[in-house]
Design a protein around this ligand. Structure first.
Ligand code: F6R
Length: 236
């Protein structure tokens, strides 16, 4: 594991974006695993800036996102599809038809999960997976549990996750209680993993996840077993 502590959010974002940009430059048809939430917003802003300056070309890139709330379609501003369009895809030259987010409105969610895993396999796997981390150690929406779950699956969100995510909604009652998330298998099979976190609220979980025992009670801790993991943490 490469563990990098930086001074501030801007530095975390720039370093994180540089690792993703390096992937796109060295492999123009890279498969990027992407995340939502507040942490990666600065990385997306930096990637957009490099694209606008003519330094990055996303025309050959494919993306697969980690997760989506159940019941929200892509037109809903709180959906993760909307977030990705708004924070990245609408501002770079990625082919939208090559950007994938699990569907939270599929009739048969079990089949949706299977199809999503097959899709990732058919793309040849993920070249670099970007992750944030929840204060309870979740990655994607893999919440603390008695075991690690492999395939893409539906989850009940922990109350702490619902509370943490309420800041994006008008009221906590509007936060969906369920989501569909990539499981540990696709995340662990990504060729590279880049996890970013910032702020004092994330300090304890970063210590537990990367310097403590590997346990499904701290889902991110399994990443200690990944062969190419970079963690970038900024205290502020
Ligand atoms: C988002 C995701 C989540 C977030 C995590 C941290 O796609 O999968 O695991 O990365 O909840 O969220 P922020 O960055 O908002 O603190």
């Amino acid at each position: 594991m490469k563990y990098i502590e930086v001074e501030n959010y801007a530095e975390m974002s720039k370093k994180g974006a540089a690792l993703i940009a390096a992937e796109v430059v060295s492999k123009p048809n890279a498969v990027l695993g992407l995340a939502t939430g507040s942490t990666p917003v600065g990385i997306y802003k930096q990637l957009i800036e490099w694209f606008r300056n003519g330094d990055l070309d996303f025309s050959g890139v494919t993306s697969v996102n980690l997760d989506e709330y159940l019941g929200l379609d892509g037109t809903n501003p709180q959906s993760y599809r909307y977030f990705m369009n708004d924070n990245l895809f609408n501002h770079v030259n990625i082919d939208k038809s090559r950007t994938f987010v699990p569907s939270g409105t599929a009739d048969d969610l079990a089949s949706e999960g299977e199809a999503y895993d097959k899709l990732i396999k058919s793309l040849g796997g993920i070249d670099i997976q970007l992750l944030g981390i929840g204060e309870d150690g979740h990655i994607g929406f893999n919440e603390p549990d008695d075991c690690f779950t492999g395939p893409t699956h539906v989850v009940d969100l922990d109350e702490s996750t619902v509370v943490a995510n309420a800041r994006f909604f008008d009221s906590i009652d509007d936060v969906p209680r369920k989501a569909i998330t990539m499981g540990m298998a696709s995340i662990m099979q990504a060729k590279k993993v880049l996890l970013v976190a910032n702020g004092p609220k994330k300090y304890d979980i970063i210590q537990k996840a990367f310097f403590g025992p590997i346990t499904p009670k701290v889902p991110a801790s399994i990443l200690q077993l990944h062969g190419d993991l970079t963690v970038i943490y900024s205290k502020i």
